[in-house]
Write a protein that binds this ligand. Structure first.
Ligand code: SF4
Ligand code: SF4
Length: 126
C-alpha cells in the first residue's frame, strides 16, 4: 500500500496505488458530467495543439451554461473521451480539469462514503 492521502474535513483516506488496477472506474462507467472552465479549456487546447474553437467542437458539449467533456460508449460503459484503456490513463493528465484532480475528495461524498466506495476501490475508512 502506498502513502495514503487525506484531506481535512473528510472521514476517509485514499490509497492512490489502487489506480493501477482499477481500470479507471472514475473515468468510465455511468454517464456523468466532466465540467471544464474557460481556463481549463484553454489549457487542454494548448496541450492538444488545437485551436480553442476546434477543441470545443470536437470534445465538449454544452450542459446549461457550462461545458462538459464528451463520452464514448464501450461495452455499455460511458467513458470520458480522454480515457485510454490501453494505458489505463488520462491522455490530458497534465491539463485535466479540477473536477478530476480533486476526486475522490468532493464535498458531495463527505456524507456519501458508501456510494464513493462502490466507485473507487482506493477509499479507506479511517
Ligand atoms: S476510481 Fe479511484 S482507484 Fe480507480 S482510478 Fe479513480 S481514483 Fe483511482
Ligand atoms: S479528463 Fe482524464 S481524469 Fe478526467 S475523466 Fe477524462 S480521462 Fe478521467
Amino acid at each position: 500500500m502506498s502513502d495514503l492521502m487525506r484531506q481535512e474535513g473528510f472521514d476517509y483516506a485514499f490509497d492512490p496505488s489502487a489506480c493501477s488496477t482499477c481500470q479507471g472506474k472514475c473515468c468510465t462507467g455511468e454517464s456523468g458530467y466532466i465540467y471544464v472552465t474557460k481556463e481549463e479549456i484553454e489549457k487542454i487546447s494548448d496541450l492538444l495543439h488545437l485551436d480553442v474553437r476546434e477543441f470545443v467542437a470536437e470534445y465538449l458539449f454544452k450542459k446549461g451554461y457550462k461545458y462538459s467533456i464528451k463520452e464514448r460508449i464501450h461495452n455499455e460503459s460511458h467513458e470520458c473521451v480522454f480515457y485510454d484503456r490501453e494505458t489505463n490513463g488520462c491522455t490530458i493528465y497534465e491539463a485535466r480539469p479540477l473536477q478530476c484532480k480533486t476526486f475522490p475528495f468532493w464535498d458531495y461524498f463527505k456524507t456519501r462514503v458508501d456510494e464513493l466506495k462502490l466507485e473507487c476501490p482506493g477509499i479507506i475508512n479511517d
